[in-house]
Ligand binder design. Sequence first.
Ligand code: F0G
Length: 358
Amino acid sequence: AHVWRGVLREYADRLGVTDTSTVVTLGEGGTPLLPAPALSRRTGTDVWVKFEGMNPTGSFKDRGMTVAVSRAIEHGAKAVICASTGNTSASAAAYAAHAGITAAVLVPEGKIAMGKLSQAVAHNGRLIQIRGNFDDCLEIARELADNYPVHLVNSVNPDRIDGQKTAAYEIVEQLGDAPDFHFIPVGNAGNYTAYTRGYTEEAQAGVSTRVPRMFGFQAEGSAPLVRGEVVKNPDTVASAIRIGNPASWDLAIDARAATDGYFGAIDDDRILAAQKLLSSEVGIFVEPASAISVAGLLDRVEAGVVPQGARVVLTVTGHGLKDPHWALRNADGSQVEPTVVDATTSEVASVLELAPAA
Ligand code: F0G
């Protein structure tokens, strides 16, 4: 059996890692690519799900953070800084803790999921809530990194993109080729850019025969790339992608053009319905932002854009346990109330409508 050693060691040649390189790893990458028969049946396409919630801190950010923190340390950094809607801060805090350096994390006050907030605190991040949105946090983080001895680990740092493109390498290896379409959530569009690079490298190296059409999705209330303008007060239940001014805007537009790609917007009800569909019919629990890949596929199949039989990969970016309360909310907004009964076998059997075995 092969023991996975994290993306820097697994892709050492591709990421320029040598025997003397600093490697800060928590074992990220090597995540499952799972068939989704329920989605294949529903759409008439061949659907695979790249489950990035299986990374050590529960999101794809770890692929980029291992590279960014390792290279920051090679540059002598004693502290890293990031702005975050939650997952980047959880990842930065964890990798900094492992390396024995400080992570300062700036998050929008009251707008990040509880699981992510608790991760940043658990890993001893210097957590600061900003009275503002993510875009304000990123502006401050960039200014601090320009003027103080702190190393920026947001995805505007190319080391992050370098690490995140390894997900595309894995998919090509797992499927034996690149898919026809790739569906992915978009916030800052760093990951969209990273997958496009990874797939492009694989095609250029002759490892795959194609680059997939890259289909990226934003929440309706937070869809600057779809509208073609900055959104001043972005709003969505998908807090991870509540971003009005994507940092990788120009790179994303180029990537869309290069892959015959697409940016679409999905409203919050459809995001939450897709989250429920994926957890109840495929067995994969993701946070709302991640479910937008599923909603995006349904939307584009309905629009007639995805041919029957096409092979599609959906990246689901973060684990459902990060932000679990959405699962306990019914579609009408009421709270799920689990059934309570007395501690008798017969009563449980009755509630489960079980007839005695013959
Ligand atoms: N999905 C999840 C779960 C995320 O946390 C993010 C971004 C994205 C998708 C979008 O990725 O920004 O590369 O387009 N989260 C960042 C953060 C902003 O701070 O954790 P992107």
